[in-house]
Ligand binder design. Structure first.
Ligand code: AMP
Length: 282
């Protein structure tokens, strides 16, 4: 497994494979890897002849009051996991390599970024689409793998690729969960034992709401119920509990196929997000 830290070297490394018609797959991550990330890697390994995983904690997608400094970092452990999972190249650039002095471009997707996390984390998706554009330019993948855990991010990246005419196939991978239903996340490491016991209420509550959605049930009332249930379970604050269209992420008034429940809530200092397709829940 090669470890590459500069854009020039990265481009040189994929060039021969591309010329030989080898399919190049990219899995962008911020490190602190867990089984959720590895599900993306395994799928890339199945689909592609050359698998690149990027490790980069991207400063521009964190707000000033967010957890950039404390975000978990453990490169040695990440490299070991990636090697064991058959990755060919790890791309781990420095912040100076990604954002040299004078850097002045921001890639913005409008519309899809306006609600949910976009409303709560101003500038977050600009940071994501800008860094993902650069990773695409450096790694030149044919396919890139993103988790449905960050469902809004997946939709935003799909839109960016479509609107910029990039010939990159975006592959979404279902959420990988702990046995008790908590979605795997690097931020779960922040939870103390007490908070960890409360955390599965996130998915339990989403599923409870999803299970009630049929006929002329009032969606807003269901979301209020979900929000209250999370607070009652011990969450300290709910950023949003919403039901939206899975494709457009538009708010919806009435029950119909193709809906998704989205939630973001805080356990003390830790913000957790999750989502579930209503059609998946019986
Ligand atoms: P991150 O390192 O948190 O930026 O995540 C890198 C990629 O892994 C993103 O595409 C995430 O959506 C995906 N991912 C993170 N957690 C999970 C999970 N539990 N299941 C599936 N994909 C995930």
């Amino acid at each position: 497994m090669r470890i590459i830290r500069t854009a020039v070297e990265m481009r040189d490394a994929v060039e021969p494979a591309r010329n030989d018609g080898v399919v190049v797959g990219l899995v962008p991550t911020m490190g602190a890897l867990h089984a959720g990330h590895l599900a993306l890697v395994r799928r890339a390994r199945l689909d592609c002849g050359l698998v690149v995983v990027s490790l980069f904690v991207n400063p521009t997608q964190f707000n000033a009051n967010e957890d950039f400094d404390s975000y978990p970092r453990n490169e040695a452990h990440d490299l070991e996991l990636l090697e064991r999972n058959g990755v060919d190249i790890v791309y781990a650039p420095t912040a100076a390599e990604m954002y040299p002095d004078g850097f002045g471009v921001t890639v913005t997707v409008t519309g899809l970024t306006e609600g949910l996390c976009g409303a709560r984390r101003p500038g977050h998706f600009d940071g994501v689409t800008t860094v993902v554009s650069k990773l695409f330019a450096h790694c030149r993948p044919d396919a890139a793998y993103f988790g449905e855990k960050d469902y809004q991010q997946l939709k935003v990246v799909e839109r960016m690729v479509l609107d910029l005419d990039l010939s990159i196939r975006i592959v979404g991978i279902p959420v990988v969960r702990e046995r008790d239903g908590l979605a795997l996340s690097s931020r779960n490491a922040y939870l103390n034992v007490y908070e960890r016991r409360i955390a599965p209420a996130l998915q339990d509550t989403m599923r409870a709401v999803a299970g009630r959605l049929s006929g002329d049930v009032e969606l807003e009332a269901q979301c209020r119920w979900g929000r209250d249930a999370l607070l009652a379970a011990g969450f300290d604050e709910v950023d949003y509990f919403e039901i939206r269209d899975s494709k457009t992420l538009q708010s919806v008034e009435a029950c119909r196929p193709g809906l998704r429940v989205f939630v973001a809530a805080w356990l003390r200092e830790t913000r957790l997000i999750d989502n579930v397709a209503v059609d998946e829940v019986e």
